[in-house]
Write a protein that binds this ligand. Structure first.
Ligand SMILES: [Zn+2]
Length: 437
């Protein structure tokens, strides 16, 4: 007997929002009810005051394995960070060293992740060999091997003909393409948002047009192809309207927003230095406002961290030489809540859809984004009112490159359940083992 009863929670699932119990049995969801479930001989978790959600999904993480030794994060520590943050499924980016661009490498990435057994790791694979943009990767074979999406993340696919060929292969294999929208011609030497603060600091400019021009180009190229096309880590307000218009024309387009692009502006580059150095860069308040408008009206449907762990010595450098990026998984949920719920943009139900159902739909794994009888029991229990202070020193990730240290936030995953097994919990007084109902 391997039963767990989640008692008396607020069940937010697939457009529904009600109070009740969820019973897990042998790794799958056995019953969901708006009344009390009776079950003998089980572990019970008291979910009073908490949300019971399908397990959180992050479609954009970097786990750095294989690596040249430059990075400390591994698949194992990345998974620990995901579990700590309440995530049960993550999609890893292929810009490892070497890059994941063959079916064999996809197979080894899956094998490595499965050894851990604490979180579902779905690798993406490259669009072009070595992410060099010159030779198309064997997309048919890497999708057959299990790659969940195609991307050269970290770099754009720059050449128009290559991009069209990649999109055609993605459409044929019914797999999404995820674009890192950065025109390299307009970002040479660019390290932060082109604007007043960049001029004040005397750093290289990175204009909004670098992102917007790629989105506009890809929408044009994809029109006759119709592949599932997804814009990663949106930073510019102007990008939102491009996506909005393409969606209005029924193009299969989507976009993601990241915690840092919702909460920080380019002023953080002056105040926090390299901890605020991001790719794409932090923009201005009006960009944040437009991205939030896009989230509120459903133009942007997915939240993703771009979890980019870096050893601190690569951040403790002059701004133009330091690494780009931010560690994300441990504290993402509370940061999204701060940006979107505290600000009245969304309620918990609509925000969690952006972390469960919507990303699951994009990657063609809808069963991962909803609780249903018979589905694997991937569940996140969230206390929406728990207040805490972000402290990167206690992150499960090896990395500490976090500009949110010391922020007071509200909302935390208090238990992560993967395939029916409790992989993390922070409130053990809610757990009971009973022999009778
Ligand atoms: Zn990227």
């Amino acid at each position: 007997m391997n039963a767990t009863l989640l008692r008396n929670g607020r069940i937010i699932n697939n457009g529904q929002d009600f109070s009740g119990d969820v019973l897990l049995f042998n790794g799958v969801v056995a019953e969901i009810s708006n009344t009390s479930i009776t079950q003998n001989d089980c572990t019970t978790i008291d979910c009073q005051g908490c949300i019971i959600s399908p397990g959180l999904i992050d479609i954009h993480v970097h786990f750095r394995e294989p690596s040249s030794g430059k990075h400390e994060e591994t698949t194992e520590t990345g998974i620990a960070s995901a579990v700590n943050g309440g995530f049960t499924t993550v999609c890893t980016m292929p810009n490892t060293i070497p890059a994941i661009d063959t079916s064999k490498m996809v197979e080894s990435a899956i094998k490595l992740a499965n050894q851990n057994g604490q979180c579902r790791v779905l690798p993406t694979a490259c669009a072009t060999i070595g992410r060099q943009g010159e030779t198309i990767a064997p997309i048919d074979a890497i999708v057959s091997a299990g790659a969940i999406a195609i991307t050269d993340d970290g770099d754009v696919v720059e050449n128009d003909e290559m991009m069209s060929a990649v999109l055609a292969h993605c459409a044929k294999n019914n797999v999404p393409f995820m674009q890192h929208c950065q025109d390299p011609k307009t970002t040479i030497g660019g390290v932060m948002n082109a604007g007043k603060i960049q001029q004040e600091l005397g750093l290289g400019p990175w204009p909004r047009s670098a992102e917007e021009s790629i989105i506009a180009r890809d929408i044009r190229l994809n029109k006759p192809i119709g592949a599932k096309w997804h814009a990663q880590h949106l930073s510019s307000g102007g990008s939102v309207d491009l996506i909005r218009k393409a969606k209005a024309n029924n193009q299969p387009i989507s976009g993601e927003a990241s915690p840092h692009h919702l909460l920080l502006t380019d002023e953080a580059c002056r105040d926090l230095g390299t901890m605020a150095k991001m790719n794409p860069p932090l923009r201005e308040q009006h960009d944040i406002n437009l991205i939030k408008e896009g989230i509120a009206d459903g133009t942007i449907e997915i939240l993703a961290t771009d979890h980019a762990p870096h050893p601190l010595h690569t951040k403790n450098m002059p701004f133009d030489k330091a690494s780009f990026g931010i560690v994300g998984l441990d504290c993402a949920l509370a940061l999204y809540a701060k940006a979107l719920i505290d600000d009245g943009v969304l309620d918990w139900a609509s925000m969690l859809a952006m972390m469960t159902r919507n990303p699951a739909t994009l990657i063609n794994r809808p069963e991962l984004g909803s609780l249903a009888v018979g589905n694997r029991a991937d569940i996140t229990i969230i206390d929406p009112n728990l207040t805490w202070t972000i402290d990167s020193q206690i992150f499960a990730s090896t990395a500490r490159n976090c500009p949110f240290d010391g922020w007071k936030v509200k909302g935390k995953a208090i238990a992560t359940i993967y395939s029916g097994v409790l992989t993390s919990q922070c409130l053990s007084d809610r757990i009971n083992h009973c022999n009778t109902a």
